[in-house]
Design a protein around this ligand. Structure first.
Ligand code: COA
Length: 333
């Protein structure tokens, strides 16, 4: 059975940098409150008319394709993770074909797994490669979220945390033994769905929108921050340990942990729980905030650019988020 190797990484961040101090002009918050609780100093805001989830995904993808030494026509399939698709339908994976000429009508699949989206996407792509159905797959995570939240007092609990951005990897079938994605582990607890969710425009109501929804704030997402925090610090280490046990590996075998950038306090707690020194845990949330499905490929791309990902390293990826959905991946680089 072939293994899936990551042969190219790419990222794209919109130009506009919004600092915590910038947000204090829009709501009652402070740089100190945000930094103490989340570690975030600034985030990027997309530019309307320039950036879309699919165009940002395409920019990250073209970088990954070039670094892989490939051309768009070499790609066999697209797996695209996002919670903030350009349109309600069709998905942003399909729209990527408006930005990149793949020369063929390759299949495209959108993944709805929120902060765990990239792990789920990677796992799906890995299975296609292992079965031999596809040889080269583009796996993308991209989000425009700064327009999902309200830059106001009532929206401040969430709007200070999230940011926009995109990351992508090219996965390719490899016959090299012991290299590539060793395992992925996926979990969901749908009973906790309403602890972190956005109801509208869902299909439960006869009328998806009405003017009162704007006034009442029903169009805003809801997060039970404390409950999310408690579950994240429990399930991140658990799902990483599950993957390690599957491969007869130990925590000390991890060369680099690239966690979903949910919150710096969560990342620190997970690193401590797994006895990993700080230099083995990637954290860039201070620059970009929580970019949901894009956070892992962006962090992986930056780590690779900084020379922190080397041939033969054991890279652990892990994520937890809305659903609740969580997962991990172990990669021998
Ligand atoms: N600025 C200032 N004050 C804010 C604020 C903001 N942006 N957002 C909320 N507050 C206020 C609240 O209104 C509340 O005020 P009150 O005590 O007067 O009612 C208070 O801050 C809540 O503070 P606290 O209880 O100390 O919050 P917290 O320590 O639970 O931190 C989170 C809040 C969201 C940062 C924290 O719960 C968290 O990190 N949760 C995980 C979230 C996460 O990672 N989500 C993504 C998952 S993928």
């Amino acid at each position: 059975m072939p293994a899936s190797k990551i042969i190219g990484v790419g990222m794209y961040l919109p130009e506009e940098v919004v600092t915590n101090d910038d947000l204090t002009k829009l709501m009652d918050t402070s740089d100190q409150w945000i930094q103490e609780r989340t570690g975030i100093k600034e985030r990027r805001f997309f530019k309307e008319g320039v950036d879309t989830v699919s165009s940002m995904g395409a920019k990250a993808s073209l970088m990954a394709i070039e670094r892989a030494g490939k051309k768009p026509e070499d790609i066999d399939f697209i797996v695209f993770a996002t919670l903030s698709a350009d349109y309600c339908f069709p998905g942003s994976g399909a729209l990527m074909q408006q930005h990149i000429d793949f020369k063929r009508n390759i299949g495209a699949l959108d993944i709805r797994a929120q902060c765990a989206g990239f792990i789920y996407a990677l796992s799906v792509a890995d299975q296609y490669i292992k079965t031999g159905m596809y040889k080269t797959i583009l796996v993308v995570g991209s989000e425009v979220q700064t327009n999902v939240f309200e830059l106001s007092n009532r929206g401040r609990d969430m709007s200070v945390i999230f940011g926009d951005g995109a990351g992508a990897v090219v996965l390719e079938a490899s016959e090299e033994t012991g290299k590539g994605i060793l395992t992925t582990k996926l979990h969901t607890d749908g009973r906790s769905a309403e602890e972190l969710y956005l109801e509208h425009p869902g299909s439960r109501r006869k009328q998806r929108f009405n003017p009162t929804m704007i006034e009442t704030g029903e169009l805003l997402p809801h997060m039970n921050g404390k409950h999310v925090f408690i579950n994240a610090v429990k399930y991140f280490p658990e799902v990483i340990r599950e993957a390690l046990a599957d491969q007869n590996l130990k925590e000390e075998d991890i060369s680099l942990l690239v966690p979903h950038q949910a919150n710096a306090r969560i990342t620190v707690a997970v690193g401590k729980e797994l006895n990993l020194p700080d230099e083995k845990v990637v954290s860039n949330i201070h620059k970009y905030g929580n970019t949901t499905a894009a956070s892992i490929p962006i962090a992986l791309c930056e780590a690779w650019q900084d020379g922190r990902v080397k041939e033969g390293d054991l890279i652990a990826l892990a994520a937890f988020g809305s659903g609740f959905m969580w997962g991990s991946a172990l990669i021998r680089w």
